[in-house]
Ligand binder design. Sequence first.
Ligand SMILES: [Zn+2]
Length: 277
Amino acid sequence: MEIIFLGTGGGRWITLTQKIKTGGFRIHSSKKIHIDPGPGAIVSLSEAEISSIDTDVLIITHCHPDHYNDGEILIEAMTYGMTKNRGVLACSESVLLGKDGIGPGISRYHQSKAQEIVVLKPGVGFNIDGIKVETFTTRHSDPAAVGLKIFTPEGVVTYTSDTEYFDGIADLYAGSNIIIFNVIRPQNDRIPYHYCTDDVIRVLREVRPGPNLAIMQHFGMKMLGKEVYEARRVEEETGIRTISARDGMVVDVNEGISIGKVGDKIIRDVKQKRLEV
Ligand SMILES: [Zn+2]
């Protein structure tokens, strides 16, 4: 399995300035899954020489533009330019139907071209080709936002999505090999509905059993230039290996975990497969 971070930025000001990218990330296992394609996802795929068409599952955890913006374009890719009913479209209720005055974020026309639609709610997930996706609750300004626990043949990846800390949240992350945290601000610079670094420390101290690796991403403006230091601090405080993601970073999870970047061996594999199609 490879986890490919196309864009590691989040929040309004990073999205508007594009100081770092906002295209979300992908999991390449037995299926190709794109998660939270914010603005620029399609551009970042092109730059990474990953075929947008080679997408089997599109997951959008909530209806904020830094998560859903390029969703319709990804559906156009996944359906071979809207010529086939193809792929799984799994999104929060707010993204697909609209909820609490938010959304929908994907047109009915685009929804109609997915082969399968899943309205993600806490406890409602799906299975596809040996991959199981479970969902859990968050506390975010889109109340329909969900977090993800993705069981692949190579390991369990948990994605917090956007949330603030609440009692019991660590239990939701238990038993993961990798946890991907959306951390908008450094230190204890806490704003509602989001994690800051000190929240990540608190959660990681509580998760039993803890992960092999924690990855921080979805950085806001105040995190820029501090990500590496903040990840090191989390690792020192918790004893859990922790890294900050960078745009274009690839985490290769097979026998062990290795870190690379798009353009390395992993992308050559993708190119190879594309040629075989
Ligand atoms: Zn959000």
